[in-house]
Ligand binder design. Sequence first.
Ligand code: 5GP
Length: 206
Amino acid sequence: MEGQPGKLVVISGPSGVGKTTLLRRLLADLPALVPSVSATTRPPRAGEHEGIDYHFLAVDEFERRRAAGEFLECCRVYGRQHWYGTLVAEVAPRLAAGKWVVLEIDVEGTLAVHGRYPQAITIFVEPSHPDQLFDRLQGRGTESPEAMARRLEVARRELHEAHRYRHRVVNESVDAALAGIKGILAAEGFADAARHDPPPIPAPAR
Ligand code: 5GP
């Protein structure tokens, strides 16, 4: 597959649907996938690390980079106090190098990415039941009641955007959703892109 540009995979869906867990498992199982590390103005949560979970930026730094056109997409969705965005530098050079790059972003961001990369493989992860979102956000315990109510309100609206995605996966269980995503990637040609044939063994000199 040398010389072929890579593909952009966007895993998206409402807040609390379990995208982060799915992505972590997916990256562990398919090491040829390259994650894009988003930038955010949200402060790190316990256990999160700079450059791994996010690039944690001050608001003025985020704004400067936004004005400089460094983001492929960024948004401050209603209901969130913080900015989130995908840096062009995380995506474009890797696609040019033939890598498959994965974004885990919200619904508004996905629609913006779709405008710039119409060929992006967009996957909407949906809950098996809307209560799943509430339970998961509550279980996370990191949100104030007001912030959680806002996230749920946004999530409800986001569920209505599922039809705009190329693929949909129900997060009935992590294993089932993971299998669904792997099936989609295989159908999109990932197996070929990820296959690295070992170099031929030279014939022994006689
Ligand atoms: P959290 O604050 O829980 O890490 O993430 C909140 C939401 O922001 C999640 O739905 C996540 O998918 C989304 N998000 C993370 N990074 C980005 C990004 O770069 N762009 C956009 N549009 N959303 C993002």
